[in-house]
Design a protein around this ligand. Structure first.
Ligand code: PLP
Ligand code: COI
Length: 368
């Protein structure tokens, strides 16, 4: 059990996690072999965290247990109606061996916003933070130390009540698993090619686009397959007015030749924490930043005229990735290449890995 004090803001006492050690945990040699080349989302650590919630009992039975299959009733509501949300956040190993994460309060709050939209209970942020620390307390050795490597943390919550009526479930589970991660894209930080989804949308007005819920990703898989068929790495979605929304798993940012930085903002887009942080770093450098609608026409004409000088995508898993090409059914637009995306990426990762001063107080230590 890690030591955490009563939360000064909420007055909540820390949970008492029951810890069951994994007797079949990987040996140090097995773990090191995985950490040498982790890929993304393929291997998992030895333990997981879960906390139950019920209408009558609230949050209860916090546990750290051996990583393994979850037993669910076949009637569990999540399997039928998709009442589920998740988060993505990373743990970074610093040169002195300590383990830190980045703006976890933001992920905790976004999990609460997603919960509200999906009619799930809101996990108090102090419990969210504690869950991260509890997992690192047992699986800290899984945080890799190689360049650009991290431990990807995947908190998620779902409706587990066995009931086929359509209403918010009365029994819910929160889980946290972790997976060592290297580069998200096979090519590392190479410009990616983007397929413009014309036939499918990801979200609609008043829909669940701003929530991090499995259904949004399910809806993106067919257009993402279309992207692969068209030899593109990722898909970009438009809204009903042909404004740019985001990629399947990343936000989009445009850099204009006068230094202005513009990113699509609407209630159907996930509010990315990487994007918010990069935009703050850009403001610190004196860039003017705007969150507003960007139509497909503005994008294409801006690139053609030279007004837009750089386009990049960003998110926790892939960090920052320049966009190299935008491909539609009847056009291919090469995107201009600039240096700002990679400079901001470097600045951000220097903070995350403890190589630069954390001026905004974004780091949160997980192993103490
Ligand atoms: N948009 C979508 C659809 C995502 O899945 C993600 C990844 O989490 C992002 C944007 C970027 O969000 P963040 O920077 O918080 O990871
Ligand atoms: C993330 O960047 O954390 C994501 O969730 C994107 C993707 C892996 C779903």
């Amino acid at each position: 059990m890690t030591t955490i004090d009563t939360d000064p803001d909420t007055g909540l006492d820390p949970l008492e996690f029951a810890v069951t050690r994994n007797l079949a945990a990987k040996s140090a040699a097995e773990r090191d072999a995985i950490l040498a080349s982790p890929g993304f989302g393929q291997s998992f650590t030895d333990h997981m965290v879960d906390i139950c919630w019920s209408v009558r009992g609230g949050w209860h039975r916090p546990r750290v247990s051996p990583y393994g299959p979850i037993s669910l009733d076949p009637a569990a509501a999540v399997l039928h109606y998709g009442q589920e949300i998740f988060e993505g956040i990373k743990a970074y190993r610093h040169a002195d061996g300590s383990v830190h994460t980045f703006r976890p309060d933001q992920n905790g709050r976004r999990l609460q916003r997603s919960a509200r939209r999906l009619a799930l209970p809101e996990l108090p942020v102090p419990y969210f933070l504690q869950s991260l620390k509890e997992l690192i307390a047992v699986d800290g050795a899984w945080v890799p130390s190689g360049e650009d490597q991290s431990l990807y943390l995947r908190p998620f919550m779902f409706a587990k009540e066995a009931f086929l009526g359509v209403r918010p479930a009365h029994k819910v589970a929160y889980y946290l698993i972790a997976s060592p991660a290297g580069a998200y894209f096979k090519g590392g930080v190479q410009p990616v090619s983007i397929w413009l989804s014309e036939d499918y949308s990801r979200a609609g007005k008043g829909g669940t686009g701003a929530a991090k819920t499995g259904g949004n990703y399910a809806a993106s898989l067919l257009p993402q397959s279309e992207a692969y068929e068209n030899e593109c790495d990722q898909v970009v979605f438009l809204d009903q007015d042909r404004n740019v929304e985001e990629l399947g798993g990343m936000n989009v940012v445009f850099v204009y030749k006068d230094g202005t930085i513009v990113t699509p903002q609407s209630d159907s887009i996930l509010e990315g924490i990487t994007r918010d942080s990069l935009l703050q770093l850009a403001r610190d450098r004196g860039h003017h930043v705007e969150g507003r609608n960007v139509s497909l026409t503005e994008w294409r004409e801006g690139v053609a005229s030279g007004d837009i000088v750089e386009v990049f995508a960003c998110g926790t898993a892939a960090v920052v990735t320049p966009i190299g090409t935008l491909k539609g059914r009847d056009f291919i637009d090469e995107q201009p290449s600039g240096t700002l995306a990679l400079e901001l990426r470097e600045e951000l990762t220097n903070i995350q890995y403890g190589r630069a001063e954390d001026k905004h107080g974004w780091l949160y230590r997980l192993d103490a």
